[in-house]
Design a protein around this ligand. Structure first.
Ligand SMILES: C[S@@+](CC[C@H](N)C(=O)[O-])C[C@H]1O[C@@H](n2cnc3c(N)ncnc32)[C@H](O)[C@@H]1O
Length: 200
């Protein structure tokens, strides 16, 4: 039987720094909905590292969901749920409840409508005090863009003109419009940021 598990090399480098932040900002119990789970390696790692939470992975891509499911079968982590098909840009999501949302490395590599949809869904699903946690590279007003991020931005735009590094203030404006306050911006390795919003 073929092995559907995929790997993304960046995950091995960023999963522990991200997990450290998640331990600080996620609730003590409940369900975390991960949007754009990709290979599923983060989902495995975070579900294992946060056994008091249920981890709900998702991705709109069928091959990504097959990879997540293959990792899940191979590793048997009891609090890791079966992946859902969620397109962040969709007006309706097949989820009625979550206690936190996590979205890693999607906002720059999807059309802006995905960010708008993510924020709208976060506004519908989360209640006061619950967090929305983003991770990825951003542009920031008043900060010179790092050369590696400038090159990445150009490459993304070449691949798809609707992609590219977003201005953090614009993402924060979307979040604010859906009832979220910007709580923390944490500098991460390789010029990435973890951005924590919390529902007012
Ligand atoms: C660069 S990968 C990141 C995957 C994973 N989070 C990681 O960090 O390894 C981008 C992911 O975003 C997903 N994606 C793209 N457009 C999306 C959308 N509109 N809604 C949800 N996910 C989307 C892709 O299917 C892909 O799995």
């Amino acid at each position: 039987m073929s092995d559907l598990r995929r790997t993304a090399p960046a995950v091995a480098r960023n999963r522990d720094p991200i997990l450290d932040v998640l331990r600080d900002v996620l609730p003590a119990s409940g369900t975390v909905l991960e949007v754009a789970s990709g290979t599923g390696e983060h989902a495995i790692h975070f579900a294992r590292g946060l056994p008091h939470l249920d981890w709900q992975p998702s991705d709109p891509d069928a091959e990504a969901r097959a990879s997540i499911e293959a990792w899940r079968e191979a590793e048997s982590v009891p609090n890791l749920l079966a992946p859902l098909e969620i397109d962040a840009a969709a007006a309706e999501w097949p989820v009625s409840h979550a206690d936190a949302l996590v979205c890693i490395n999607m906002i720059h590599i999807s059309p802006w409508a995905a960010t708008e949809g993510l924020m709208a869904a976060a506004g519908r699903l989360l209640t006061t005090g619950e967090p929305l946690v983003l991770y990825g590279p951003y542009r920031r007003e008043g900060h010179a863009i790092e050369p590696s991020n400038a090159a990445f931005d150009e490459d993304l735009k070449r691949r798809n003109p609707a992609w590219g590094l977003r201005l953090l203030d614009e993402v924060a404006r979307q979040a604010d419009a859906r009832g979220f306050a910007l709580e923390r911006v944490i500098e991460m390795p390789a010029n990435n940021l973890t951005v924590v919003f919390r529902k007012r």
